[in-house]
Design a protein around this ligand. Structure first.
Ligand SMILES: Cc1ncc(C[n+]2csc(CCOP(=O)(O)OP(=O)(O)O)c2C)c(N)n1
Length: 583
């Protein structure tokens, strides 16, 4: 028999990942995948895929989350049997809600109990391990026998990468990983297991949508995560330009340039309330966008005019699960369209042109009116910045402005940290991909790892990857800073450090007021002030350049400039700790 290249089941697994173009494997080590770990290092030389060592499985998965957002490609994250998977589950849930492809992999067993080590193999093996995350992955599998591994990995990759994308969990028996191959197992051709072409809308639905938009007097577009495909952003610009339709960016990605005169984010309630046609594009929570919710009475009032027609193009109905209700309240929609916005938008624009049913004069009138509204919103944010310029502690708009001034002449991107929309209001987001959106599932601990993953593809390019990092969020997954240092990513972490779990302070205040109890107790169990965490020192202890704590606004920019120099000249990530006001 000719000498085999792959000698063990785990060599085969690595060959398959390599064939699929997987560049990185984020992991925290564990004996349940010691076979795969050995193959990554000793069989494949730790290159393509390369190991990214993480100190917590939640970080490993969020690194893969950020990487997929920035690159459009899936990374593998390997998590140790039931224990690593439990740690990873929060990050898997975030990826599920955010429609992010990740090959989450793990080891288990041996399922043949006679081969188990006493105690540890028993407490770390589940029947079936995938049950733990089955409700929030697109698919999970535990192939039996080495011959079954290729189709499991090919199928997992294809499912993860088919829109709506999402994480999959693939679990490999220790015995299969460590089994010596008795015969050659042919490697499949990845080109024959590609994800399918994007789903186009039915022709009549495109015609109907085109007519509704063309004849509308006050149309509005709500865009939420169509910006996952950069080209869709330009398609949306073309459509909006054609009919002068205002676009509200709901923010799961950067969906529309905020510098464009039809960018009307900030006028949401007014525009939605006056619209006669609303088109949602990949909106995660359409119901929420169309109502006015009153938190004190737990009631939702209609936010749209009677007779307003609603169109929604989304693939959300193809990614439903019953365990959590991440599918949101059901919104009434007049024209529901299941389509990939990447192909739907260009077809819709063509159809509008072909029909030629819109009034050019009306469109030009609207364009002028909306451009003035756009200017007014931008001016409003600038005057808010001016008003809060000298506040002490430092105000969020002032910090957002200082960061913008420090990076605007660099090649930059905001890899994490919406920072209460201040960057969207004050920075120029003039092209797709400059902002990667939030955590998806609302689970804190996301940004530290995701920002490392998103920065990986920018190494050596002079790009400054900015993470506007909340303090509470960082304290869940702090050791991602070590992975950042270890991988030498060009990451600028700016702490928006209010020393409090602020979001929850508001809740405690509201409930105390509603119950006639003292609202001043709202900070109890919330503040992280005594002692205050020294984030600059924390960063240094992980091998990252650290500055701060900064409490004077004039000191922010020089510190940021030094940090950018360290990132660009020394290939060392940097953290700047800025103490800001609680609100
Ligand atoms: C895993 C997890 N635990 C708890 C919460 C509840 N929670 C929502 S926001 C918040 C406070 C966040 O504080 P921080 O990250 O410092 O941001 P801030 O609100 O102060 O800007 C908490 C605890 C959550 N969303 N996720």
């Amino acid at each position: 028999m000719a000498e085999l290249k792959a000698k063990y089941g785990s060599d085969l697994i690595v060959d398959l990942l390599k064939g699929l173009g997987v560049e990185y494997v984020a992991l925290n080590p564990g004996s349940s995948f010691r076979g795969i770990h050995d193959s990554l290092v000793n069989y494949n030389g730790n290159r393509n895929p390369e190991i990214i060592l993480c100190c917590h499985e939640e970080i490993a998965v969020s690194v893969a989350h950020g990487y997929a957002k920035a690159s459009g490609k899936p990374m593998a994250a390997i998590v140790h049997n039931v224990v690593g998977l439990q740690h990873a589950s929060m990050a898997i849930y975030n990826a599920w809600c955010d429609r992010i492809p990740i090959l989450v992999m793990g080891g288990t067993g041996p399922m043949n109990t006679s081969k188990r080590r006493p105690w540890i193999d028993w407490i770390h093996t589940a029947l079936v391990q995938g049950n733990l995350v089955r409700d929030f992955v697109k698919w999970d599998d535990q192939p039996v026998g080495v011959e079954a591994i290729p189709s499991s990995i090919m199928r997992g990759h294809r499912i993860a990468m088919s829109d709506p994308k999402g994480p999959v969990y693939l679990c490999f028996d220790v015995s299969d990983q460590e089994a010596a191959l008795e015969k050659e197992i042919p490697l499949p051709d990845p080109a024959r297991f590609r994800p399918p072409a994007p789903l186009q809308a039915e022709a009549n639905a495109i015609k109907e949508a085109a007519l509704l938009l063309s004849e509308a007097e006050s149309p509005v577009i709500l865009a939420d995560y169509l910006g996952r495909n950069n080209e869709s952003v330009w398609s949306l610009v073309e459509l909006a330009d054609l009919l002068a339709i205002p676009v509200i960016d709901l923010g799961a990605r950067l969906n529309f340039p905020n510098t464009h005169p039809l960018s009307l984010t900030g006028k949401n309630r007014e525009l939605i309330g006056n619209a006669d046609v609303i088109m949602g594009l990949d909106v995660m929570d359409l119901f929420g966008a169309l109502v006015r919710h009153d938190a004190s009475t737990h009631s939702s009032l209609p936010g749209i005019k009677p007779g307003c027609k609603v169109i929604h193009a989304t693939l959300a109905d193809l990614a439903l699960r019953g365990w959590t209700t991440d599918f949101q309240e059901l919104a009434p929609v007049d024209l529901p369209i299941i389509a990939d916005t990447r192909v739907f938008l260009p077809a819709l624009t063509e159809e509008i042109k072909r029909q030629g049913k819109f009034s050019k004069n009306a469109v030009e009138e609207r364009r002028k009116y909306l451009a003035a509204q756009h200017q007014e919103i931008r001016a409003r944010w600038q005057s808010e910045l001016k008003r809060r310029w000298d506040e002490r502690p430092i105000s969020p708009p002032r910090l957002a402005h200082e960061v913008w001034e420090a990076i605007r002449r660099e090649s930059w991107l905001l890899v994490a940290g919406g920072f209460r929309s201040w960057p969207q209001r004050l920075w120029d987001w003039d092209k797709p991909g400059l902002y990667l959106g939030g955590y998806g599932g609302g689970g804190l601990g996301y940004a530290p790892g995701a920002s490392v993953g998103a920065s990986l593809i920018h190494r050596g390019k002079g790009t400054v990857c900015v993470n506007l990092q909340r303090d509470g969020d960082l304290l869940y997954t702090t050791s991602a800073l070590w992975t950042a240092a270890n991988m030498k990513v060009p990451l600028l972490t700016v702490m928006t450090n209010n020393r409090v779990y602020y979001n929850d302070v508001e809740h405690q205040e509201k409930i105390a007021l509603a119950r006639g109890r003292p609202p001043e107790n709202k900070f109890v169990g919330m503040m992280m002030e005594r002692p205050a965490v020294d984030f600059a020192n924390l960063a240094r202890s992980f091998g990252i350049s650290g500055e701060g704590p900064i409490t004077e606004p004039e000191r922010i920019r020089p510190a940021l400039q030094r940090a950018i120099e360290v990132i660009q000249k020394e290939n060392c990530p940097a953290l700047v700790d800025v103490v800001i006001q609680t609100t």
